[in-house]
Design a protein around this ligand. Structure first.
Ligand SMILES: O=C(O)C(=O)Cc1ccccc1
Length: 235
């Protein structure tokens, strides 16, 4: 296997794949600039390695193929650790522990508290394509209708305007979007999230690259650097 870290250092560039559609981790500011907590981390990581950060656009659907095709050295931005991804690369130490929960219009926050309450013919579930939400919805709902909605930036407006009823997504996103759509969208009052998972950075397989990224990640977690970046993006 090639030594990814030496290659990166020799090139003076680390190629970073990210979807740019997932606030607070990786998204576009109003002027189109790529921003978010994991984007800020990527810039610090590149500086730490003494190289330039080169961002490469990908999508939830094509991320693994793009990664396998060598389009980037590392993928980040709210990426859930799973077996399929772990097979083609290494995961860093995780920076987020979370779970999937529903978000709905505030008047329905006591209504959709269980999978059974959601999975009814009258309920319109909405989901963004290609990632873990898509997979979760299709695995758990067969009575409810499922709309796969292509734009993760406006998907919450669909629920707010009444075009859809509920979305099951990562807890961080539920809390942030409830805040951004204050008094219209609310976290559904579940006893427990429906799943538990972690987010981490997907790395080209190379023990030296993993050691460097893990050391960076641990430092950011211990110093509060990560928390500061996440708080800054949660508004
Ligand atoms: O890791 C994934 O595959 C995801 O789908 C992450 C995600 C979760 C919620 C909204 C957008 C992306």
């Amino acid at each position: 296997a090639d030594d990814a870290l030496s290659e990166i250092k020799k090139a003076g560039v680390i190629k970073i794949g990210t979807t740019g559609d997932y606030k607070p981790f990786s998204y576009k500011a109003a002027d189109g600039t790529l921003t978010g907590a994991d984007i800020a981390m990527a810039k610090d990581l590149a500086a730490d390695l003494g190289v330039k950060a080169d961002f490469v656009a990908t999508t939830w659907k094509t991320m693994l193929d793009d990664f396998k095709a060598g389009k980037f050295d590392i993928a980040l931005g709210g990426i859930t650790v799973n077996a399929a991804r772990d097979e083609v690369g290494d995961f860093s130490v995780p920076n987020v522990t979370d779970g999937k929960r529903p978000i709905a219009r505030c008047e329905d926050k006591e209504k959709y508290t269980t999978l059974d309450a959601i999975d009814r013919p009258s309920v319109r579930v909405i989901v963004n394509p290609g990632g873990t939400n898509d997979k979760f919805a299709h695995e758990h709902f067969d009575e409810a209708s499922i709309e796969v909605f292509p734009d993760n930036k406006t998907i919450f407006d669909q629920i707010a305007s009444g075009r859809a009823d509920v979305m099951v997504t990562d807890g961080v996103e539920v809390d942030l979007q409830s805040k951004l759509h204050a008094s219209v969208l609310c976290p559904v009052a579940v006893k427990e999230p429906f799943t538990h998972f972690q987010n981490a950075y997907l790395l080209r397989e190379d023990p030296a690259l993993k050691a460097a990224v893990d050391a960076f990640m641990r430092k950011q977690l211990e110093s509060g650097g990560w928390k500061e970046k996440l708080d800054a993006a949660m508004k």
